[in-house]
Design a protein around this ligand. Structure first.
Ligand code: ATP
Ligand code: MG
Length: 352
């Protein structure tokens, strides 16, 4: 069943934590809520879970309106950031907790516990207490516990953020694999863009209680609608447009051609800036003549292994740095040299 969220508002005193939020979560999809600290991700997840009451708007799961259904009857599996396992219960009893509450009979419960422990590859840890397991193992037990009662959706609030980098990456892959195998609708909160890009079918980018943009990882990376999204997902050079250039795009005195995107995002009337990814900026020696080419001085060069990052100061607007990322084999310029910087029309994005 699809989850349909319409016009949700949530206030804490004077603060509006959710400001008219609407979105659709398709059955079986993996959706990430992504945004900086305090933007309302956890609040949105808690309202969906029924742990927080909204001040306005509606949530529907398929045909049923969830507003009047208390959290325990919504049948969502929830996992939080900190391992919320019961410390005095073994892994197996933790996994079976929700089943005990639902009064499953013993043989059926034992079968289900085993099935869930196998699913997260921890069958050999069944008798351990949480304190005897690693953080990654504890989160996998928490996942198994959430999945055991066969919930209609899984709600995860930064389940990986307390883990170290390597375990995080392993668990990303594992959670996604489990989610796909079960086909369970999943919403995961994260402030880590890489995690969202790697895991999600759909990313909901939030800022200050509002949704900035919803899209697939590819859409958000290739066609960010706003400077906020462009800057939050990957790195983006944001080039503010010269004033008084309505109807055309001009940066640092150079007119720039922009290829209109298929989805028609490009719109000169509302444009505030142009964006371009560092890997799309091309550098050449020699004079700055030709379309979409401007002169700039190399301010710094950083070798980062697989790429070299070059920071450039445009001749007519040195305060707005343009960053270029060159791949391993490219010729690396010297600091202080003047180059021709090419900003290809098909790589420029119009940002509102
Ligand atoms: N129970 C509460 N009482 C008062 N204010 C709250 C409460 N819960 C959240 N807030 C406020 O609502 C806003 C959104 O909080 P929320 O926890 O949803 O943010 P978040 O996006 O999950 O941030 P983080 O990434 O830091 O977890 C914040 O300004 C927060 O201080
Ligand atoms: Mg949060």
């Amino acid at each position: 069943m699809d989850l349909s969220i319409h016009d949700l508002v949530k206030r804490f005193g004077k603060l509006t934590a959710l400001d008219h939020v609407s979105l659709e979560v398709a059955q079986g999809s993996f959706v990430c809520f992504l945004g900086p600290s305090g933007c309302g991700k956890t609040t949105l997840l808690r309202v969906i879970a029924g742990l927080e009451e909204a001040d306005g708007g509606s949530i529907r799961l398929g045909e049923s309106d969830l507003s009047s259904i208390p959290a325990r009857n919504r049948n969502f599996g929830v996992v939080f950031q900190s391992y919320s396992l019961f410390p005095n219960m073994t892994a197996a009893r933790n996994v079976g907790y929700g089943l005990e509450c639902r009064r499953w009979d013993r043989p059926r419960m034992q079968n289900r516990i085993k099935e869930m422990l196998d699913l997260v590859h921890l069958a050999d840890q069944a008798e351990k207490l949480p304190s005897q397991m690693s953080g990654g193992q504890q989160q996998r037990i928490a996942l198994a516990r959430a999945l055991a009662p066969d919930p209609s959706a899984l709600l995860l609030d930064e389940p990986l953020s307390a883990l170290d980098a390597k375990v995080r990456e392993e668990l990303r892959i594992e959670i996604r694999a489990v989610q796909k195998r079960l086909g369970i609708t999943t919403i995961m909160v994260t402030h880590d863009q890489e995690e969202a890009l790697a895991m999600a079918d759909l990313i909901v980018v939030m800022s200050k209680g509002r949704i900035e943009q919803i899209g697939t990882p590819q859409q958000l990376y290739r066609e960010p609608a706003t400077a906020f999204v462009a800057d939050f997902i990957g790195r983006m050079n944001v080039l503010p447009l010269d004033p008084g250039a309505a109807g055309s795009y001009r940066f640092a005195g150079t007119p720039l051609a922009v290829a209109t995107l298929a989805n028609g995002t490009a719109n000169a009337a509302t444009a505030a800036a142009l964006g371009i990814r560092p890997e799309a900026v091309a550098l050449r020696e020699g004079g700055a003549s030709g379309e979409n080419i401007l002169a700039a001085d190399v301010r710094s060069v950083s070798f980062l292994g697989n790429i070299t990052r070059v920071e450039l100061a445009p001749e007519n607007r040195p305060e707005t740095a343009i960053v270029a990322e060159l791949h391993g084999t490219a010729t690396v310029p010297e600091t202080g040299t003047r180059l021709a910087v090419s900003l290809p029309a098909d790589a420029l994005r119009v940002l509102s």
